[in-house]
Design a protein around this ligand. Sequence first.
Ligand SMILES: Cc1cc2nc3c(=O)[nH]c(=O)nc-3n(C[C@H](O)[C@H](O)[C@H](O)COP(=O)(O)O)c2cc1C
Length: 157
Amino acid sequence: MNRILVACFSAGGVTAARAKELAAAADADYYEIQPAAPYSSADLNWRNPLARCNREWLRKQKPALSDTDAPVADHDVIFLAFPIWYYTAPLIVNGFLEQYDFAGKTIVCFATSGGSDMKKVAASLAPSAPGADLKIGWMLNGGVDAAAVEALLASLG
Ligand SMILES: Cc1cc2nc3c(=O)[nH]c(=O)nc-3n(C[C@H](O)[C@H](O)[C@H](O)COP(=O)(O)O)c2cc1C
């Protein structure tokens, strides 16, 4: 068991590919956050106002998780990776944080996007992880920089 867990939500696979590189660079365990009902490509078509993604977002509906046995308790640092949806983290990430006890743990956020940054992420996620030290890492659109991961690990002590 490693000290660090990379927990990743990825609807289209882009974030998952980066998160797996991140896990390799950090010598971390890897867990994928998945909805009980997987997203189809129609579900993700944000150009359609009636698509599932838009309905969930408008209603602030967190989709049910596929399982509730992520190995969170065994790790004290969680690298949380997700795509940016609507300029912030997808609601399933809030649901994941609310499912487990992150108090006393360090969470570092990473994301991929079509261009948006993570400026709104801390405000979105902090209420779902009371007692955690929630940090913003960096965007993974350009790949994983092993030296940056090393420096981050050193800063976490
Ligand atoms: C519902 C939805 C909302 C999105 N909102 C944004 C956004 O606000 N800003 C942005 O830059 N990209 C946005 N994107 C694009 C994704 O962040 C981007 O394609 C990401 O790399 C997808 O990662 P994935 O393949 O792991 O799901 C959105 C995508 C979806 C499906």
